[in-house]
Design a protein around this ligand. Structure first.
Ligand SMILES: Nc1nc2c(ncn2[C@@H]2O[C@@H]3COP(=O)(O)O[C@H]4[C@@H](O)[C@H](n5cnc6c(=O)[nH]c(N)nc65)O[C@@H]4COP(=O)(O)O[C@H]3[C@H]2O)c(=O)[nH]1
Length: 698
């Protein structure tokens, strides 16, 4: 725009014929002294600056540099230019309005000089360019947002040809602007969406102004990726969309997170196998398919034998690694279409969706058993572990997922109890499962109904030919079932949380009985009581023991507690602390079933126990089994060296007793000497001695 300056010929205070132009101009017009005082100002200038009229403006702004300019240095620049060039064109600056609001102005001015060249004044015009500046600012802002925003932006014309893309688009897709501008918008992975759907998206955006949702885009290398898309139609001056703006967010990682969340919800985090819920859902689907196709389906229910012992003995990290290795061995045994899941703990399930009969399932069972034959190597430890497997078939054994699984479980339980590697379900097992459940219910009443009693089995010194102790063993006479073995109901009581009350009862009863025998003048050195793991870890154990002894007025050294190796394994320090508290009272503790757990010999020497009790399984095949013989000899030597007494349990034959005695294990317990008997019968044994047991050596 050419500078609008007043003609220089106009006298300082005389606008001549231009006065009306001056008064009515749209632009502000002024004349100022070089020092910065208004000589004249037109109404438009007053309007621009927010004053009621020129007089008010001129009275208020007596020092233009400081009263008007937001940045007084602008005025210095303005003057410099004028003094140098005599003219200023489009000089933009921010000035204060009357209300201290900031206005952008553009000035054109010139220096007016007299005929002698002396500077008389400045005169010029002012335009309010605030609106334009604001528009420029928001354009600049929009451009900055366009370039810096994380979302890709594509602008197309009405024909959907690309007009502009931002830097994020280039980063996201690998295309650069020059390659796509002017081209039809080819952002979408049509193969993932379909033409019809894509056209519908454009149509909806055109008719309603905006479509937003999830879709698919394609990168330059052809890779499709999921996007969140907002497609806006920008209306032009004429009817219809003039431009489209596509705001695109790459949601690949979001999808990945979703997948991860879905995976965690449906899989077991330790083994990465599907979890129980997913097994049940997949099994239900497989059953539907098998039913439609008239096919059979097999469910294998597995658990890892003695897993709890391994976990307790070697710690959870080893237990976890064992489960991981079991999972990967199982995967190698089945086809990809079969389902393998972890139900929790050490229980796994394999679903074979299409089997001809039991024999097909048994092929898989053999593979699994074979997979367990090799030791599991964990942290340089070689662990031999085995599995028990239960098999149930659809539709033969059950018709829905829940009962098929529970029947495979019953078959597994049956296999385990009978020492078999696997069992196929039969109807009898259902009864056994029901029995187990009923047993638990009945156990809840047994204590209150006085159905328990104690039996006592003598511990004898084979050389001296006398009774040196009694082991108290619980007996349960069920009103309908008759005698129920503790081997059967103790584990049920443990699982049902009833063992604590039962153990307390046994402890109290055993102490009372010992006191009664003593009152009858029948002396024995000790009575031993089995402790369950729950009781061993009960913080109140010491007090309970003290209370039971005190009630029976029994010296503490007469009580012996039998604990198993596995109770010691999980937290050795804590176990030593518990044992120390007990032995400090004067109570003896013996390690029952010795040799069947995973005793660490290094720890053994730290345990304040008084005796090792050699498990029956090592005695059973004596004296013929050379290996068992060697184990007995080693345990006896170990006990002697560590200062422990040693006792063998389950002695049934004279040959076993002779062998044990020869090895230096003189204290024994077993049917050879006496079965567990009731208190009266035991009193008789104490009074008259065991028939056939004679002192051999003095
Ligand atoms: N084959 C054979 N067996 C013999 C021989 N001599 C003794 N037995 C049996 O072996 C078991 C020895 O007890 P245990 O190893 O502590 O094993 C016990 C113990 O773990 C548990 N138990 C028994 N009574 C109690 C109790 O009062 N409290 C707790 N917590 N557990 C108990 O139940 C298990 C089984 O107890 P019982 O059936 O009474 O079985 C007893 C006993 O009757 C023998 O020469 N040959």
């Amino acid at each position: 725009m050419p500078p609008r300056v007043l003609p220089s010929t106009v006298a300082e205070d005389d606008f001549g014929g231009y006065r009306s132009l001056f008064e009515n101009a749209v632009e502000g017009i002024y004349r100022t002294t070089p020092a910065g005082r208004y000589l004249d100002a037109n109404p438009a200038l007053a309007r621009i600056y927010g004053y009621d009229g020129p007089a008010e403006l001129m009275a208020a702004l007596t020092d233009i540099a400081h009263d008007l300019y937001v940045n007084p240095a602008d005025r210095d620049r303005f003057r410099e230019i004028l003094e140098r060039d005599s003219v200023v064109r489009n000089f933009e600056a921010r000035v204060y309005g009357k209300n201290r609001d900031i206005i952008w102005i553009a000035e054109n001015a010139r220096a007016v000089r007299g005929s002698d060249g002396r500077l008389l004044c400045y005169e010029g015009t002012v335009q309010d360019i605030t609106e334009r500046k604001r528009a420029e600012e928001s354009l600049r802002l929009a451009a900055a947002v366009f370039e810096t925003v994380g979302e890709a932006i594509v602008v197309t014309d009405a024909r959907r040809h690309v007009v502009a893309v931002n830097a994020a688009f280039e980063r996201m897709t690998g295309w650069n602007g020059a390659e796509v501008i002017g081209q039809p918008c080819d952002l979408f992975a049509i193969e993932m969406i379909g033409f019809a759907e894509m056209n519908e998206v454009w149509r909806l955006a055109t008719t309603s102004g905006l479509w937003s949702g999830e879709s698919w885009a394609r990168r330059k290398d052809g890779d499709p990726f999921p996007i969140a898309l907002a497609l806006s139609a920008i209306a032009g001056e004429e009817s219809g969309a003039d431009r489209y703006v596509l705001l695109v967010r790459d949601i690949t990682s979001h999808r990945r997170d979703e997948q991860r969340i879905r995976f965690h919800a449906s899989h077991d985090s330790l083994t990465k196998l599907v979890n129980r819920r997913t097994v049940m859902e997949s099994l239900a689907d497989c059953l539907e398919r098998a039913e439609r196709g008239g096919e059979r389906l097999a469910v294998l229910y597995l658990d890892v034998n003695r897993f709890k012992d391994i976990n307790d003995s070697f710690g959870h990290a080893v237990g976890d690694e064992l489960l991981r290795q079991v999972a990967s061995r199982l995967k190698a045994c089945v086809r990809a279409s079969d389902i393998i899941g972890r139900l929790g703990g050490d229980e796994f399930v394999v679903v074979l969706p299409s089997v001809a009969d039991h024999s097909t399932a048994e092929v898989c069972v053999s593979k699994v058993l074979y997979a367990f034959a090799e030791p599991f190597v964990i942290n340089e430890l070689e662990l031999f572990s085995s599995t028990s497997i239960g098999v149930a078939l659809f539709p033969d054994d059950a018709e829905n997922a829940e009962s098929l699984l529970s029947r495979a479980d019953a078959a597994m339980y049956h296999a385990k109890r009978n020492g078999h590697a696997f069992s196929c379900f039969d109807a009898d097992m259902d009864r056994q499962v029901a029995d187990r459940v009923n047993l638990e219910n009945d156990l809840r009443h047994a204590l209150a109904d006085g159905q328990f009693s104690l039996a006592f089995q003598p511990k004898v010194d084979f050389h001296k030919g006398c009774i040196v102790g009694a082991e108290a063993l619980i007996r349960w006479r069920h009103p309908e079932r008759g005698q129920v073995s503790p081997a059967l109901f103790i584990p049920v009581a443990e699982r049902a949380g009833l063992i604590g009350a039962i153990d307390d009862w046994v402890l109290g009863q055993a102490c009372d009985q010992m006191a009664q025998w003593r009152a009858m003048g029948l002396d024995i050195p000790a009575i031993s009581v089995n402790l369950s793991p729950a009781q061993f870890h009960d913080g109140r154990l010491k007090d309970k023991v003290k209370a039971a002894l005190a009630r029976a007025h029994l010296p503490t050294h007469l009580l012996e507690l039998e604990i198993t190796e596995t109770m010691m394994a999980s937290d050795v320090d804590r176990a030593i602390e518990i044992l120390s508290q007990l032995t400090a009272l004067g109570i003896k503790v013996s390690l029952d079933d010795f040799g069947t757990g995973y005793s660490s010999l290094a720890y053994l020497k730290l345990f304040p126990v008084s005796a090792l009790k050699i498990d029956r399984t090592f005695v059973d095949d004596l004296p013929d089994d050379a290996k068992d013989g060697a184990i007995i000899a080693s345990v006896v030597a170990l006990a002697r060296n560590l200062g422990f007494a040693v006792i063998a349990e389950g002695v049934e034959t004279q040959g076993q007793a002779d062998f044990l005695a020869e090895q230096g294990c003189a204290v024994m317990q077993g049917y050879l000497f006496s079965r567990p008997v009731d208190a009266d019968a035991f009193a008789h044994l104490l009074a008259h001695g065991l028939p056939g047991l004679k002192p051999r050596w003095s």
